[in-house]
Design a protein around this ligand. Structure first.
Ligand code: PRT
Ligand code: MG
Length: 219
C-alpha cells in the first residue's frame, strides 16, 4: 500500500473518466492534467492527498485488490469477471450504463437451434458471465475468448453468437446483429480496497460520502 497520507484512485480513460469527471468535481477533486491527452499514468490533483492512476478498464479491480490503488471505478462487467476478491463495493455510481446481452446474426434461428440441443459457438470477452448464463439455461456452448470487436465474430464465421455490452444498439444494427437475451444490467461501481478502508478510513470515508451525495443529486 502507498503512503498513509495519500489516497490513490484508479480510473480508465474514455467513458469511465468522462462520466466520473463530474463526480470528482462534486467531491472537490480537479485532476492536474487531462488523462485523455497526457502521457502520464499518475495524475496529481488539486488536493495533495488525492492522486489518480490511469489503467486499462479491466485492470482497475486488480490495482485495487492488491492495494496499489485504494479506490477505483469499474464497470459491473469487469467486476463480475474479476470476481471481487478483496474489494468492498459500497456504491453504484449509475454511470457508463449499458446491458450485457446475447446477440446473434439477424437471420439466425437461436430458439430453434437451442430447442434442437445444438452446441453453439459463442464469442465473448466475458467468459464467466457467459458460462453462468448459458449453464443456468441449460444451453450447450463452446466459448471463444476474444479481447475486442466481438461483433465481427459471427460475420467472419468464428461464432454463432456473441455476448457483449449494448448501449444504443447502433453497433449491433450496423453489423446486422440482434440482441436476444439480457444477461445483466451494467453500470460503474466505486470499489475500495478492504484493508485500505480500515487503515485510511479518515481519508477514504469523506470521499465515499461526497461521491454518494454527488450520485444522489445527479440522479
Ligand atoms: O477499451 P479497453 O479494451 O481498454 O477496455 P474497455 O473496452 O473495457 O473500456 P471502455 O473504456 O471501452 O469501457 C469501460 C466500461 O464502460 C466498460 O467496462 C462498461 O462497464 C462501460 N460501458 C458502457 C461500455 C459500453 N457502455 C459500451 N457500449 N463499454 C463498452 N461498450 C461498447 C460495446 O462493447 C460495443 O462494442 O460499445 C459498443 C456498443 O455500443 P452501442 O452504443 O453501439 O450499443
Ligand atoms: Mg473499449
Amino acid at each position: 500500500m502507498n503512503s498513509d497520507a495519500t489516497v490513490t484512485l484508479a480510473l480508465s480513460k474514455g467513458r469511465i473518466f468522462d462520466e466520473t469527471a463530474p463526480l470528482l468535481a462534486a467531491a472537490g477533486i480537479a485532476p492536474a492534467q487531462n488523462p485523455e491527452t497526457s502521457r502520464e499514468l499518475i495524475i496529481a490533483t488539486n488536493r495533495p492527498d488525492v492522486r489518480l492512476v490511469i489503467v486499462r478498464a479491466s485492470d482497475v479491480p486488480t490495482y485495487v485488490q492488491y492495494g496499489a490503488a485504494d479506490l477505483g471505478i469499474a464497470g459491473k462487467d469487469v467486476l463480475y469477471e474479476h470476481g471481487g476478491a478483496g474489494l468492498y463495493q459500497p456504491l453504484d455510481l449509475g454511470i457508463a450504463a449499458c446491458k450485457m446481452m446475447v446477440a446473434v446474426p439477424e437471420g439466425f434461428d437461436y430458439v430453434g437451434a437451442v430447442r434442437q440441443g445444438a452446441r453453439l459457438r459463442v464469442a465473448t470477452k466475458y467468459l464467466r458471465a457467459a458460462r453462468e448464463h448459458f449453464a443456468a439455461k441449460g444451453v450447450h456452448v463452446d466459448l471463444i475468448k476474444l479481447y475486442g470487436s466481438m461483433e465481427l465474430a459471427p460475420l467472419a464465421g468464428l461464432a454463432d453468437a456473441i455476448v457483449d455490452l449494448v448501449s444504443t444498439g447502433n453497433t449491433l444494427r450496423a453489423n446486422r446483429l440482434r440482441a436476444i437475451e439480457e444477461i445483466m444490467p451494467v453500470s460503474a461501481r466505486l470499489i475500495v480496497n478492504q484493508a485500505a478502508l480500515k487503515v485510511r478510513r479518515a481519508l477514504i470515508q469523506p470521499l465515499l460520502e461526497s461521491f454518494e451525495s454527488a450520485v444522489t443529486t445527479h440522479a
